[in-house]
Write a protein of this length. Structure first.
Length: 282
């Protein structure tokens, strides 16, 4: 009997082990389902609380929908009397804000990106505080920056240029740093093996590899800044956005229709041209 006991235990051992595994598997599945259920309930609670806090009222929307339809009907025909005298010069002012703001951001973002990227920074200890500064610049919207600079330099496009430049510097430097970090290490090692220093390695290995990506990022952010610069007129930075705000306040719908057509045409042409350039550079 004593000799058979170990044999019985040996035979029952694998079965018991499989039962334990099945039990653990069921417990793991229940835990996973429990976690998923918890996050699903939390998501629903947050969504419902947000809807209540945002005072979303479909009933009010449907009740006032006929008024919106009436306003849309009043947009036609557009009033073209100020097209050449006011709207196109205001559009050019908006484009100038985007161009100059993006150019200033490019001048500041490129050296910042070189100092932030892990593969190119000459001072690794400087990277974390610079990343924190870039996060602050990205966190503050262009319109908020423009509103602050209106108080500093006064009303006009210069405040818009500064707003675009500061916000875009944060976004551009972060994206530039990521593009620089994606350069294959094999390319760097091949150039360094020739005895090239840090500056030559950057000029002959990093920059040529990253240049298409850097150019594409610059064009994309310029597109974004053109659209953002339209909104800057609301905070007093001039441009076509100011004319848009005046038309909305006066409920001058034919004038508003012309401004919207001008903005739509300009943005469409800029997006198409920028996309074509990005494809060529890619």
């Amino acid at each position: 009997m004593s000799a058979a006991a170990p044999s019985d235990r040996a035979r029952s051992g694998p079965a018991d082990f499989e039962a334990i595994l099945r039990s653990e598997g069921r417990r793991g599945r229940w835990l996973r389902w429990g976690r998923r259920g918890f996050w699903a309930v939390l998501l629903v609670v947050v969504l419902v609380a947000s809807l209540r806090e945002a005072k979303v009222s479909p009933a009010d929307f449907w009740r006032r929908l006929p008024q919106l339809g009436e306003w849309l009907a009043r947009l036609w025909p557009p009033d073209l009397t100020e097209l050449w005298s006011s709207f196109l010069p205001a559009l050019w002012e908006t484009l100038a804000i985007a161009v100059v703001g993006t150019a200033l951001a490019l001048a500041a973002a490129f050296p910042l990106a070189v100092c932030v990227a892990r593969t190119t920074t000459p001072f690794p200890w400087l990277s974390p505080p610079l990343r924190a500064v870039l996060n602050v610049l990205r966190a503050i919207d262009t319109a908020v920056f423009a509103l602050l600079f209106v108080a500093v330099v006064g009303l006009g496009p210069f405040a818009g240029v500064l707003g675009v430049a500061f916000h875009t510097t944060g976004s551009m430097a972060k994206l530039f740093a990521e593009a620089l970090e994606t350069v294959p290490t094999e390319t760097l090692e091949a150039v360094e093996a020739t005895g090239a220093g840090r500056l030559r390695t950057f000029a002959y290995a990093v920059l040529p590899e990253a240049m298409p990506g850097l150019a594409g990022i610059t064009l994309y952010l310029w597109e974004f800044n053109v659209r953002a610069s339209v909104i800057l007129g609301i905070v007093g930075a001039g441009g076509i956005g100011y004319e848009l705000m005046v038309s909305v306040k006066l409920l001058d719908f034919p004038r508003l229709a012309t401004i919207l057509l001008v903005i739509l045409t300009a943005v469409t042409l800029i997006d198409a041209g920028s996309a074509w350039l990005r494809r060529r550079l890619g």
